[in-house]
Design a protein around this ligand. Structure first.
Ligand SMILES: [Zn+2]
Length: 353
Protein backbone atom coordinates (compact mmCIF):
# COMPACT_ATOMS: atom_id res chain seq x y z
CA UNK A 1 0.00 0.00 0.00
CA UNK A 2 1.27 3.47 -0.85
CA UNK A 3 2.43 5.67 2.01
CA UNK A 4 -0.27 8.08 3.19
CA UNK A 5 0.21 11.70 2.12
CA UNK A 6 0.38 14.47 4.70
CA UNK A 7 -3.16 15.61 4.00
CA UNK A 8 -4.57 12.11 4.43
CA UNK A 9 -2.63 11.69 7.65
CA UNK A 10 -4.31 14.85 8.97
CA UNK A 11 -7.73 13.71 7.73
CA UNK A 12 -7.23 10.31 9.40
CA UNK A 13 -6.38 11.96 12.70
CA UNK A 14 -9.36 14.33 12.56
CA UNK A 15 -11.62 11.40 11.73
CA UNK A 16 -10.31 9.32 14.63
CA UNK A 17 -10.95 12.11 17.12
CA UNK A 18 -14.56 12.48 15.97
CA UNK A 19 -14.11 16.04 14.67
CA UNK A 20 -14.92 15.08 11.06
CA UNK A 21 -18.19 13.48 12.12
CA UNK A 22 -19.08 16.52 14.23
CA UNK A 23 -18.51 18.82 11.22
CA UNK A 24 -20.70 16.55 9.03
CA UNK A 25 -23.53 16.87 11.60
CA UNK A 26 -23.06 20.59 12.28
CA UNK A 27 -25.42 23.45 11.47
CA UNK A 28 -22.49 24.95 9.58
CA UNK A 29 -22.53 21.99 7.17
CA UNK A 30 -26.34 22.01 6.90
CA UNK A 31 -26.18 25.56 5.58
CA UNK A 32 -23.82 24.43 2.86
CA UNK A 33 -24.01 22.19 -0.15
CA UNK A 34 -21.35 20.22 -1.98
CA UNK A 35 -21.50 19.82 -5.75
CA UNK A 36 -19.45 16.87 -6.95
CA UNK A 37 -18.02 16.76 -10.48
CA UNK A 38 -17.34 13.63 -12.52
CA UNK A 39 -16.38 13.07 -16.14
CA UNK A 40 -16.19 9.57 -17.59
CA UNK A 41 -16.71 6.14 -16.05
CA UNK A 42 -14.34 3.53 -17.48
CA UNK A 43 -15.59 0.82 -19.80
CA UNK A 44 -12.11 -0.73 -20.09
CA UNK A 45 -8.76 0.94 -19.36
CA UNK A 46 -9.68 4.64 -19.67
CA UNK A 47 -8.75 5.43 -16.02
CA UNK A 48 -5.23 4.07 -16.63
CA UNK A 49 -4.93 6.48 -19.55
CA UNK A 50 -6.33 9.51 -17.71
CA UNK A 51 -7.09 9.21 -13.99
CA UNK A 52 -8.28 12.84 -13.89
CA UNK A 53 -11.01 12.23 -16.47
CA UNK A 54 -11.96 8.61 -15.90
CA UNK A 55 -13.05 6.69 -12.81
CA UNK A 56 -13.77 2.97 -12.50
CA UNK A 57 -17.40 1.89 -11.95
CA UNK A 58 -16.24 0.28 -8.67
CA UNK A 59 -14.98 3.59 -7.34
CA UNK A 60 -18.15 5.47 -8.29
CA UNK A 61 -20.20 2.73 -6.60
CA UNK A 62 -18.05 3.01 -3.46
CA UNK A 63 -18.66 6.79 -3.39
CA UNK A 64 -22.44 6.36 -3.59
CA UNK A 65 -22.35 3.59 -0.99
CA UNK A 66 -20.48 5.95 1.34
CA UNK A 67 -23.07 8.70 0.81
CA UNK A 68 -25.95 6.29 1.44
CA UNK A 69 -24.37 4.67 4.51
CA UNK A 70 -23.62 8.07 6.07
CA UNK A 71 -27.09 9.56 5.50
CA UNK A 72 -26.24 12.11 2.82
CA UNK A 73 -29.07 13.74 0.86
CA UNK A 74 -28.34 13.65 -2.87
CA UNK A 75 -30.40 16.46 -4.39
CA UNK A 76 -30.98 17.43 -8.02
CA UNK A 77 -28.81 20.50 -8.58
CA UNK A 78 -31.69 22.88 -9.31
CA UNK A 79 -33.50 21.83 -6.10
CA UNK A 80 -30.33 22.25 -4.10
CA UNK A 81 -29.75 25.79 -5.36
CA UNK A 82 -33.38 26.76 -4.61
CA UNK A 83 -33.31 25.20 -1.14
CA UNK A 84 -30.00 26.87 -0.34
CA UNK A 85 -31.58 30.26 -1.11
CA UNK A 86 -34.71 29.37 0.91
CA UNK A 87 -32.61 28.09 3.83
CA UNK A 88 -34.28 24.67 3.70
CA UNK A 89 -31.38 22.37 2.82
CA UNK A 90 -31.49 18.98 4.53
CA UNK A 91 -28.45 17.87 6.57
CA UNK A 92 -25.40 16.73 4.56
CA UNK A 93 -26.63 17.65 1.09
CA UNK A 94 -24.66 16.97 -2.09
CA UNK A 95 -25.37 17.05 -5.84
CA UNK A 96 -23.82 14.92 -8.57
CA UNK A 97 -22.79 16.41 -11.90
CA UNK A 98 -21.17 14.73 -14.92
CA UNK A 99 -19.39 16.82 -17.56
CA UNK A 100 -19.45 16.33 -21.35
CA UNK A 101 -21.99 13.48 -21.61
CA UNK A 102 -19.77 10.64 -22.81
CA UNK A 103 -21.38 7.40 -23.94
CA UNK A 104 -20.16 5.69 -20.79
CA UNK A 105 -22.44 7.95 -18.76
CA UNK A 106 -25.41 6.02 -20.16
CA UNK A 107 -23.78 2.58 -20.14
CA UNK A 108 -21.68 2.67 -16.96
CA UNK A 109 -22.70 5.57 -14.69
CA UNK A 110 -26.47 5.41 -15.08
CA UNK A 111 -26.91 1.81 -13.80
CA UNK A 112 -25.01 2.80 -10.65
CA UNK A 113 -27.07 5.99 -10.20
CA UNK A 114 -30.19 3.85 -10.57
CA UNK A 115 -28.90 1.32 -8.04
CA UNK A 116 -28.62 4.09 -5.43
CA UNK A 117 -31.58 6.13 -6.72
CA UNK A 118 -29.15 9.06 -7.02
CA UNK A 119 -30.23 12.00 -9.22
CA UNK A 120 -27.59 13.68 -11.38
CA UNK A 121 -27.10 16.49 -13.84
CA UNK A 122 -25.25 15.72 -17.06
CA UNK A 123 -23.79 18.70 -18.93
CA UNK A 124 -23.79 17.78 -22.62
CA UNK A 125 -21.59 19.32 -25.29
CA UNK A 126 -23.81 18.84 -28.34
CA UNK A 127 -21.64 19.27 -31.45
CA UNK A 128 -20.05 15.88 -30.84
CA UNK A 129 -23.42 14.31 -30.02
CA UNK A 130 -24.62 15.29 -33.49
CA UNK A 131 -21.47 13.95 -35.16
CA UNK A 132 -20.37 10.35 -35.02
CA UNK A 133 -16.71 10.72 -34.12
CA UNK A 134 -15.16 11.22 -30.67
CA UNK A 135 -13.54 14.53 -29.67
CA UNK A 136 -10.37 14.42 -31.78
CA UNK A 137 -7.78 15.61 -29.24
CA UNK A 138 -9.09 13.19 -26.63
CA UNK A 139 -9.24 10.25 -29.05
CA UNK A 140 -5.72 11.01 -30.33
CA UNK A 141 -4.35 11.09 -26.79
CA UNK A 142 -6.01 7.75 -25.98
CA UNK A 143 -4.90 6.01 -29.21
CA UNK A 144 -1.29 7.17 -28.74
CA UNK A 145 -1.38 5.94 -25.13
CA UNK A 146 -2.79 2.57 -26.17
CA UNK A 147 0.06 2.31 -28.70
CA UNK A 148 2.73 3.24 -26.14
CA UNK A 149 4.38 -0.21 -26.32
CA UNK A 150 4.46 -0.28 -30.14
CA UNK A 151 7.97 1.22 -30.48
CA UNK A 152 6.51 3.13 -33.45
CA UNK A 153 8.05 6.16 -35.12
CA UNK A 154 5.16 8.45 -36.12
CA UNK A 155 7.22 11.25 -37.73
CA UNK A 156 5.77 10.51 -41.21
CA UNK A 157 2.31 11.51 -39.97
CA UNK A 158 3.20 15.15 -39.54
CA UNK A 159 6.13 15.27 -42.00
CA UNK A 160 8.52 15.81 -39.11
CA UNK A 161 12.28 15.62 -39.67
CA UNK A 162 13.65 13.16 -37.14
CA UNK A 163 12.01 10.28 -35.29
CA UNK A 164 8.96 10.73 -33.05
CA UNK A 165 8.39 8.06 -30.42
CA UNK A 166 5.21 7.50 -28.35
CA UNK A 167 6.59 5.51 -25.42
CA UNK A 168 6.52 8.20 -22.74
CA UNK A 169 3.97 10.85 -21.76
CA UNK A 170 6.43 13.60 -22.75
CA UNK A 171 6.92 12.05 -26.19
CA UNK A 172 3.19 11.70 -26.71
CA UNK A 173 2.63 15.30 -25.61
CA UNK A 174 5.04 16.48 -28.31
CA UNK A 175 3.30 14.34 -30.93
CA UNK A 176 -0.10 15.73 -29.89
CA UNK A 177 1.17 19.29 -30.20
CA UNK A 178 2.65 18.62 -33.66
CA UNK A 179 -0.56 16.93 -34.79
CA UNK A 180 -2.64 19.87 -33.57
CA UNK A 181 -0.55 22.28 -35.63
CA UNK A 182 -0.61 19.96 -38.63
CA UNK A 183 -4.39 19.45 -38.61
CA UNK A 184 -5.09 23.13 -37.85
CA UNK A 185 -2.83 24.31 -40.69
CA UNK A 186 -4.76 22.09 -43.08
CA UNK A 187 -8.11 23.09 -41.56
CA UNK A 188 -9.13 19.45 -41.39
CA UNK A 189 -12.81 18.75 -40.83
CA UNK A 190 -14.16 15.98 -38.62
CA UNK A 191 -14.10 13.27 -41.27
CA UNK A 192 -10.53 14.17 -42.30
CA UNK A 193 -9.44 14.06 -38.66
CA UNK A 194 -11.05 10.65 -38.27
CA UNK A 195 -9.12 9.38 -41.31
CA UNK A 196 -5.96 10.90 -39.83
CA UNK A 197 -6.65 9.07 -36.55
CA UNK A 198 -6.89 5.79 -38.45
CA UNK A 199 -3.43 6.43 -39.92
CA UNK A 200 -2.15 7.02 -36.39
CA UNK A 201 -3.73 3.74 -35.31
CA UNK A 202 -2.10 1.82 -38.16
CA UNK A 203 1.33 3.12 -37.10
CA UNK A 204 0.95 2.37 -33.37
CA UNK A 205 -0.96 -0.93 -33.85
CA UNK A 206 -4.29 0.24 -32.43
CA UNK A 207 -7.53 -0.74 -34.19
CA UNK A 208 -9.10 2.71 -34.53
CA UNK A 209 -12.11 1.43 -36.48
CA UNK A 210 -12.98 -0.91 -33.62
CA UNK A 211 -12.29 1.82 -31.06
CA UNK A 212 -14.55 4.28 -32.90
CA UNK A 213 -17.29 1.67 -33.34
CA UNK A 214 -17.18 0.91 -29.60
CA UNK A 215 -18.27 4.48 -28.82
CA UNK A 216 -15.54 4.68 -26.16
CA UNK A 217 -14.76 8.34 -25.28
CA UNK A 218 -17.46 9.51 -27.71
CA UNK A 219 -20.29 11.78 -26.65
CA UNK A 220 -23.72 10.14 -26.36
CA UNK A 221 -25.75 10.07 -29.56
CA UNK A 222 -28.93 12.19 -29.64
CA UNK A 223 -30.98 8.96 -29.28
CA UNK A 224 -29.07 8.00 -26.14
CA UNK A 225 -29.42 11.49 -24.63
CA UNK A 226 -33.16 11.39 -25.32
CA UNK A 227 -33.47 7.97 -23.68
CA UNK A 228 -31.97 9.08 -20.34
CA UNK A 229 -34.55 8.62 -17.55
CA UNK A 230 -36.02 12.01 -16.70
CA UNK A 231 -36.79 11.06 -13.10
CA UNK A 232 -33.08 10.66 -12.46
CA UNK A 233 -31.11 12.74 -14.96
CA UNK A 234 -31.25 16.44 -15.84
CA UNK A 235 -29.64 17.28 -19.19
CA UNK A 236 -28.04 20.73 -19.09
CA UNK A 237 -25.71 23.18 -20.87
CA UNK A 238 -21.95 22.84 -21.53
CA UNK A 239 -21.52 24.90 -24.77
CA UNK A 240 -22.07 23.38 -28.22
CA UNK A 241 -18.42 22.84 -29.18
CA UNK A 242 -16.85 22.61 -25.73
CA UNK A 243 -15.20 26.00 -25.93
CA UNK A 244 -15.46 29.41 -24.30
CA UNK A 245 -14.65 32.19 -26.81
CA UNK A 246 -13.70 35.59 -25.39
CA UNK A 247 -15.96 37.33 -27.89
CA UNK A 248 -19.50 38.08 -26.61
CA UNK A 249 -21.33 37.04 -29.77
CA UNK A 250 -19.33 33.87 -30.22
CA UNK A 251 -19.72 32.92 -26.56
CA UNK A 252 -23.48 33.51 -26.65
CA UNK A 253 -23.73 31.53 -29.87
CA UNK A 254 -22.14 28.54 -28.07
CA UNK A 255 -24.90 28.69 -25.43
CA UNK A 256 -27.72 29.32 -27.90
CA UNK A 257 -26.57 26.48 -30.20
CA UNK A 258 -26.18 24.16 -27.21
CA UNK A 259 -29.65 25.09 -25.93
CA UNK A 260 -31.34 24.69 -29.34
CA UNK A 261 -29.59 21.37 -29.95
CA UNK A 262 -30.59 19.99 -26.53
CA UNK A 263 -34.20 21.11 -27.00
CA UNK A 264 -34.28 19.36 -30.39
CA UNK A 265 -32.65 16.23 -28.97
CA UNK A 266 -34.98 16.08 -25.95
CA UNK A 267 -38.03 16.99 -28.00
CA UNK A 268 -39.04 19.86 -25.74
CA UNK A 269 -38.95 23.64 -25.91
CA UNK A 270 -37.23 24.12 -22.56
CA UNK A 271 -34.76 27.00 -22.38
CA UNK A 272 -32.25 25.17 -20.19
CA UNK A 273 -30.78 27.48 -17.55
CA UNK A 274 -28.08 25.40 -15.80
CA UNK A 275 -24.58 25.62 -17.19
CA UNK A 276 -21.10 24.26 -16.55
CA UNK A 277 -17.95 26.07 -17.71
CA UNK A 278 -15.99 23.77 -20.09
CA UNK A 279 -12.58 22.95 -18.58
CA UNK A 280 -13.57 25.07 -15.57
CA UNK A 281 -12.68 28.17 -17.62
CA UNK A 282 -14.65 31.17 -16.32
CA UNK A 283 -14.42 34.96 -16.35
CA UNK A 284 -16.48 37.94 -15.22
CA UNK A 285 -17.59 38.64 -18.81
CA UNK A 286 -18.95 35.09 -19.09
CA UNK A 287 -21.00 35.76 -15.94
CA UNK A 288 -22.50 38.89 -17.53
CA UNK A 289 -23.28 37.11 -20.82
CA UNK A 290 -24.79 34.06 -19.10
CA UNK A 291 -27.01 36.38 -17.06
CA UNK A 292 -28.20 38.07 -20.26
CA UNK A 293 -29.13 34.64 -21.64
CA UNK A 294 -31.22 33.79 -18.58
CA UNK A 295 -28.84 31.16 -17.22
CA UNK A 296 -29.59 30.70 -13.50
CA UNK A 297 -26.73 28.50 -12.31
CA UNK A 298 -23.19 27.91 -13.54
CA UNK A 299 -20.61 25.58 -12.01
CA UNK A 300 -16.83 26.03 -11.92
CA UNK A 301 -14.14 23.57 -10.75
CA UNK A 302 -13.12 25.68 -7.74
CA UNK A 303 -13.09 23.25 -4.81
CA UNK A 304 -15.40 24.67 -2.11
CA UNK A 305 -18.80 24.02 -0.63
CA UNK A 306 -21.61 26.24 -1.89
CA UNK A 307 -23.01 28.64 0.72
CA UNK A 308 -25.61 31.42 0.79
CA UNK A 309 -22.95 33.91 -0.30
CA UNK A 310 -21.96 31.95 -3.42
CA UNK A 311 -22.72 33.68 -6.72
CA UNK A 312 -25.22 31.57 -8.67
CA UNK A 313 -23.14 31.84 -11.86
CA UNK A 314 -19.89 30.91 -10.11
CA UNK A 315 -20.86 27.88 -8.03
CA UNK A 316 -17.83 26.04 -6.66
CA UNK A 317 -17.54 22.32 -7.25
CA UNK A 318 -15.29 19.49 -6.11
CA UNK A 319 -13.78 17.41 -8.93
CA UNK A 320 -13.69 13.79 -7.74
CA UNK A 321 -11.17 11.57 -9.55
CA UNK A 322 -9.29 8.28 -9.26
CA UNK A 323 -6.55 10.29 -7.53
CA UNK A 324 -8.85 11.43 -4.71
CA UNK A 325 -8.41 9.11 -1.73
CA UNK A 326 -11.34 7.84 0.33
CA UNK A 327 -10.17 10.01 3.24
CA UNK A 328 -10.01 13.09 1.04
CA UNK A 329 -13.47 12.41 -0.42
CA UNK A 330 -14.83 12.06 3.11
CA UNK A 331 -13.14 15.31 4.16
CA UNK A 332 -14.88 17.09 1.28
CA UNK A 333 -18.38 15.71 1.70
CA UNK A 334 -18.33 16.24 5.47
CA UNK A 335 -17.02 19.79 4.92
CA UNK A 336 -13.91 19.09 7.03
CA UNK A 337 -11.57 19.89 4.13
CA UNK A 338 -12.72 23.49 4.17
CA UNK A 339 -11.62 23.92 7.80
CA UNK A 340 -8.00 23.28 7.00
CA UNK A 341 -5.75 26.10 5.81
CA UNK A 342 -5.03 25.75 2.12
CA UNK A 343 -2.71 27.49 -0.27
CA UNK A 344 -4.61 30.37 -1.84
CA UNK A 345 -4.01 29.19 -5.41
CA UNK A 346 -6.13 26.13 -4.59
CA UNK A 347 -9.13 28.31 -3.89
CA UNK A 348 -8.62 30.80 -6.72
CA UNK A 349 -7.57 28.64 -9.65
CA UNK A 350 -10.09 26.41 -11.35
CA UNK A 351 -8.83 22.87 -11.75
CA UNK A 352 -8.27 22.19 -15.42
CA UNK A 353 -10.64 19.28 -15.80
ZN1 LIG B 1 -16.22 19.42 -20.30
Amino acid sequence: MAAMGLKDTIYATLKRTGITDAVARSRWRQHRHLILCYHGISTLDEHEWNAQLYMTPAKLRARLRYLRDHDYAILPLADAVARLRAGTLPPRSVSLTFDDGATDFATHALPILREFNAPATVYVTTYYAEHRFPVFDTALSYVLWQGRHSAADVSALVEHAGPLAVATEAERQLVRALVRTYTDDREMNGAEKQAFLERVGALVHVDVAAFSASGRLAIMTPETVRSLPRDLVDVELHTHRHRTPRDADQFKREIKDNRASLAAIMGDSAARTHFCYPSGDYSSSFVTWLGELGVTSATTCVPRLVDSGSAALLLPRFVDTMNVSDLSFEAWVTGMAQWLPRRTENTLDPARA
